[in-house]
Design a protein around this ligand. Structure first.
Ligand code: SAM
Ligand code: DTB
Ligand code: SF4
Length: 330
């Protein structure tokens, strides 16, 4: 029997043509529209600070061309087994004390296997929630049952990116398919967990690939409540090493289009901020980005320092979102 979530959406929320027209608008018109949409739905002075932690690092069997953690590439990443829950929770407490309200745990797994490691991740999720933080995980493919167990442990959101268009996906990753990604997103939706799902720009994809990614995201049965927009970090040793940094205005365009398509979501200005000037980041906030990852490391690659981010927010008159200002949970 096909469950309701497995059926094709009955009506397209956004046609490809409409997404393309939005995406192709003159940049400042698009930014203006995104800023309007943003201000209609959010307090535009608040930015959610999130902290990432790689709880299991490197030696990943997948061959994602952008990722320094793949065992197929020769990136200088020291593999590390799953961390102790206690150590993870210490890091979560530090993140909370520094002003983060969301703690995201990433594991370089192709998929989750039931057993002691998954039990330990569930313990981490429970502990992060006890600290009063939102808990997000990104662990690769999961089944519906695993999603349910994460939900029971209190998981706020599951991160699973579509990364690019279906067509371009196959040029960057060969060990899994777009359909694999969509299946996990369906499992997450069926378990009632909100999805954090976005993509990466700057991998050599065309503008049409970006339009197609946004179109797919906007028409998911359960559209994401959190949309991370990453600029490729062209990490040494990966096949995408040496790719030129993404043009800042193209990045702003992607943020603005995501904001118009997802008025209520968190649009996260994610990886790649070190290659964006403070002025470019300011344009991203104006265009509706309302979250950043803070702390000197993302999962394995560098990120701006706490001091630099504090100074940037102060200059722009932005304030970190406080725990009590979070939207109530469904
Ligand atoms: N292994 C899990 C998976 O791929 O679903 C979770 C961890 S993976 C590192 C999480 C996300 O990080 C990827 O989906 C990708 O969007 C992003 N990412 C990885 N390497 C990146 C890079 N070099 N630049 C920008 N984003 C990157
Ligand atoms: C997402 O979209 N970006 C974050 C988070 N989700 C897990 C990860 C970025 C990783 C950048 C590469 C690295 O640091 O290894
Ligand atoms: Fe593994 Fe995730 Fe990196 Fe792909 S993106 S190589 S699945 S850690």
């Amino acid at each position: 029997m096909i469950s309701p979530a497995a059926k094709a959406p009955s009506a397209e929320r956004w046609t490809l043509k409409a997404v393309r027209e939005l995406f192709e608008r003159p940049l400042l018109d698009l930014v203006f529209e995104a800023a309007r949409v943003y201000r209609d739905h959010h307090d535009e002075r608040r930015v959610q600070l999130c902290t990432l932690l790689s709880v299991k690092t490197g030696a990943c069997p997948e061959d994602c061309g952008y990722c320094p953690q793949s065992a197929h590439h020769d990136a200088p990443v020291e593999p590390r087994k799953l961390m102790d829950a206690r150590e993870v929770l210490e890091r979560a407490r530090e993140a909370r004390d520094a002003g983060s309200t969301r703690f995201c745990m990433g594991a370089a797994w192709r998929e989750v296997k039931d057993g002691p490691d998954f039990d330990r991740v569930l313990e981490m999720v429970r502990g992060v929630r006890r600290l009063g933080l939102e808990a997000c995980c990104t662990l690769g493919m999961i089944t519906e049952e695993q999603a349910r167990r994460l939900k029971e442990a209190g998981l706020t959101a599951y991160n699973h990116n579509l990364d690019s268009s279906e067509e371009f996906y196959g040029k960057v990753i060969s060990t899994r398919s777009y359909e694999d990604r969509l299946r996990t997103l369906r499992n997450v939706a069926r378990a009632g967990i909100s999805a954090c799902c976005g993509g990466i720009i700057g991998m050599g994809e065309s503008l049409e690939d970006r339009v197609a990614l946004l179109h797919t995201l906007a028409n998911l049965e359960n559209p994401p409540e959190s949309v991370p927009v990453n600029a490729l970090v062209a990490a040494p040793g990966t096949p995408l090493e040496g790719r030129p940094p993404v043009d800042a205005f193209e990045f702003v365009r992607m943020i603005a289009a995501a904001r118009v398509l997802f008025p209520r979501a968190k649009v996260r200005l994610s990886a790649g901020r070190l290659s964006l000037s403070p002025e470019a980041q300011a344009l991203c906030f104006l265009a509706g980005a309302d979250s950043i990852f803070t702390g000197e490391k993302l999962l394995t690659t560098p990120n701006p320092s706490w001091e630099a981010d504090r100074a940037l927010l102060k200059t722009l008159g932005l304030k970190p979102l406080k725990p009590e200002e979070h939207a109530p949970e469904a």
